[in-house]
Design a protein around this ligand. Sequence first.
Ligand code: IPE
Ligand code: MG
Length: 216
Amino acid sequence: MDGNGRWAKKRVQPRSFGHKAGVRTLMSILEDCFDLGIKYVSVYAFSTENWNRPQVEVDALMDLFRTYFTKQFSKLIEKKIKINVWGDKSKFPDDIKNAIHEIENTAINDPKGVFNIAMGYGGRNEIIKAVNDAIKAGIEVDEKTFASYLYTTGIPDPDLIIRTGGEMRISNFLLYQCAYSELYFTKTLWPDFSKEELIEILENYNIRDRRFGKVK
Ligand code: IPE
Ligand code: MG
C-alpha cells in the first residue's frame, strides 16, 4: 500500500491525511477481495524501516493502528475474517501490543477469509529470526520446516503481489515467500486504488502462465 504521502501532498495536506485515506481504502478493498472469493489477503502496513520516519508521522500511524485494532478490525472478526499480524511487535506501544494480542487470539470457526497485516515487518528480519529459532531448537531445516519458523506459517505463499505508488521493487516484503509470486506494479497511489482496478489486475493475473520453473 504505497503512495499515501504523495496523495496527501497533492492535496496540500500532511502525510497523516494520506494515511487516514489509505486505511479507508484498505477497509473497502478488503471487503471487495473477500467478496470476490479471495481467501488470503495480506498487506504491508508498516516496515521495520518505517520506524525511522519523523516521529510525528510514526505517532500518527500508531494512532491509526490504535483505532483500527480496537474498532474496525472487530468488524472484520464479526464477518468471520481471521486476522494475523506479521512482524516484530516489540517496539509497538503496550496498548497496541495488547490489542494485537487480543485480535490474534480470537478464534474463528470456519473463517470466510484470512487478513494478514505486516507491521514492524521486514523480510530479512523474518528470515534471520527463523534461522536463529531453528538453531535454538537444534533443527537442521528443509524448505518445509524452515517455512514453519516464518510469521507466515500455515499461510500459502502469495499468488499475486500488487504494489501501488509506482515504485517497482519488493522493499523487504515476504522475501522468502515471494519466490514464485506474480508481481503487479501500478502507478495508482494507494488511497485511489479501487475495486475496478483490482478486478482489472485479477483479469491480468488470470491470463498469466505460471510454470513454476517447469515446462507446460
Ligand atoms: C505507504 O505510503 C504507507 C506506509 C508506508 C505506512 P507512503 O507513506 O510510503 O507514501 P509515499 O510513498 O510517501 O507517497
Ligand atoms: Mg512510500
